[in-house]
Design a protein around this ligand. Structure first.
Ligand SMILES: *[C@@H]1O[C@H](CO)[C@@H](O)[C@H](O)[C@H]1NC(C)=O
Ligand SMILES: *[C@@H]1O[C@H](CO)[C@@H](O)[C@H](O)[C@H]1NC(C)=O
Length: 506
């Protein structure tokens, strides 16, 4: 990021306007009455609404389900979303897009783009030389950026919310993973604009979950600080968050409950999807093995068969969470040949052994960033579908040294509910009991500028200055003013994250 600043007459420069855009996901007022939230996961989304006379509610989709796959099928003249698109993944793997949020706001050389190509070779990603990003090339005539695809999904989420509310909706709070950087957040805002949504706020999904937890336990929050850890392993990633709940004195409304994000740790590629991909690879190997000597082609080269195997891997992962073994079974997997193979939970755990070793990582990072130890954490609460895998719970339980893990919130829907509570609070069309939310900066932000200085012998040289503007886990939103009192001309400064190079591993 770079900005040129015009020097003001008093030798003081407030760059809070820039920072406000950076840090305070901005809000605005509006006339329409109902407001919505979208909890945008990498595999599925949940939508919630509030309208006058109706409390917060999860929106049912057209199939009357409470969650909707984040999936789009793009045909020449038609688009399909949600469950109908997911149903087409097998017939039409190339035109059915999933997990595309992993590409948002990324240049083509970003390791996450390479990972996407490796995971989903059925999709052709073409290079956009102007933006240095990638597009989905569906056909020679049809290409869409990941932001456009997300725009279509958000538009669809709005139509679900409008049908459910029986009125038009414009205002929304959308969740993003806490680890999303500025480029990724902008990509979501751009997608929302394409969908005609007015974004009241982008809220970190861990904060939205913590808010929902707090709102429903308002009575238990008092002047004694209570620290709660949320461990959220979803499909695409894992985030561990430490939250302090406490009542605080506010200027406007006296004593009010508050949540403060104290520590965050994450692993951007650890989640249920990677487990399913491991299982799929295992099943593909078994199928090839069963057909050895028949001059059959490698099943991995058949996108439809691979889509069937991924669906079966997903089912298998779920069943193996409750059973010691299960028969994977697909009729007519390839060349009209059926597939059947027994997979045990032990085998599954071996396939994912290195993934389970990564379970404690985010816990340690969260504790470190909060400068806390485990004794200070009162309870650990599980969030996210992949925490249902028994091995994840086993490893986590050991890592946190508690007697048990809390499963006492409706974990799947907490982020959507927290986000819609925030939407109602921001919309002013509703009277909402105050709940103070203090989020924290995940990536420290640095301001850099170069200044000419005079050395003792009268030689002039350039001095490069760096100052940490927002430190890690500093409260957010917040405003900062810096004074540049040695400047007499216009000058440039740069605002960057501190050392956030991209590293991923699988
Ligand atoms: C958004 O969805 C509506 C249906 O609810 C549709 O009529 C409209 O064309 C869509 N807009 C975009 C930009 O896709
Ligand atoms: C605050 O609440 C906790 C549990 O909700 C309780 O154990 C504690 O005694 C309360 N403290 C005060 C000062 O009321």
């Amino acid at each position: 990021m770079a900005a040129t600043v015009r020097r003001q007459r008093p030798r003081r420069l407030a760059c809070w306007a820039v920072i406000a855009v950076l840090l305070a996901d901005l809000l605005a007022l509006s006339d329409t009455l109902a407001v919505m939230s979208v909890d945008l996961g990498s595999e599925s989304m949940k939508v919630a609404i509030v309208k006058p006379g109706v409390p917060m509610e999860i929106v049912l989709n057209k199939e009357s389900r409470r969650k909707t796959p984040v999936t789009v099928t793009l045909k020449e003249n038609e688009r399909f979303f949600g469950d109908s698109a997911a149903g087409m993944a097998i017939k039409n793997p190339k035109a059915t897009l999933r997990y595309f949020q992993h590409l948002l706001g990324k240049q083509a050389d970003n390791p996450h783009v390479a990972l996407y190509r490796a995971r989903f070779p059925e999709h052709e990603l073409s290079f956009d030389p102007q933006r240095q990003t990638v597009h989905f090339q569906i056909s020679p005539q049809m290409q869409f950026s990941p932001e456009e695809v997300l725009g279509m999904v958000l538009n669809y989420s709005r139509s679900l919310a409008e049908d459910f509310a029986e009125q038009p909706i414009k205002d929304a709070v959308i969740t993003v993973p806490a680890f999303f950087n500025q480029a990724e957040r902008r990509a979501v805002l751009q997608a929302a604009r394409m969908a005609g949504l007015k974004v009241l706020q982008l809220i970190n999904d861990n904060t939205a979950t913590a808010l929902s937890y707090g709102v429903f336990r308002r009575k238990d929050i008092n002047t004694t600080a209570q620290n709660v850890m949320f461990y959220d392993m979803g499909s695409g990633s894992t985030v561990c968050t430490i939250v302090t709940y406490q009542t605080v004195k506010t200027k406007e409304a006296g004593m009010q409950p508050q949540l403060q994000i104290r520590g965050v740790g994450f692993d951007r590629t650890l989640g249920g999807l990677e487990m399913e991909l491991r299982l799929r690879e295992h099943l593909a190997g078994l199928f090839n093995e069963q057909r050895k000597g028949q001059k059959a082609k490698d099943v991995r080269e058949n996108p439809r068969a691979m889509a069937k195997l991924l669906r079966e891997a997903n089912r298998l992962k779920t069943v193996l969470s409750a059973n010691a073994d299960h028969m994977a079974q697909i009729e007519g997997l390839m060349d009209d040949v059926d597939f059947k193979a027994k997979v045990t939970r032990v085998e599954f755990e071996e396939l994912c052994a290195d993934l389970f070793e990564r379970v404690p990582g985010p816990v340690q990072q969260a504790l470190q960033s909060a400068e806390m130890n485990l004794d200070e954490i009162e309870q650990v609460i599980l969030v996210g579908g992949a925490t249902r895998v028994p091995k994840v719970q086993e490893v986590l339980l050991k890592a946190v040294g508690k007697e048990e893990l809390g499963k006492n919130i409706n974990a799947d829907e907490a982020a959507a509910m927290g986000a819609v509570y925030q939407a109602a609070a921001l919309s002013k069309a509703f009277k909402v009991k105050p709940f103070v939310v203090r989020d924290a900066v995940v990536y420290p932000i640095l301001v850099e500028f170069t200044r000419e200085v005079e050395e003792p012998e009268g030689v002039r040289s350039l001095k490069h200055n760096k100052r940490v503007l927002f430190s890690r886990m500093g409260p957010y939103p917040q405003r900062k003013v810096i004074t540049f009192n040695r400047y007499s001309h216009d000058f440039n400064f740069h605002i960057n994250y501190v050392g956030c190079g991209v590293r991923i591993r699988l």
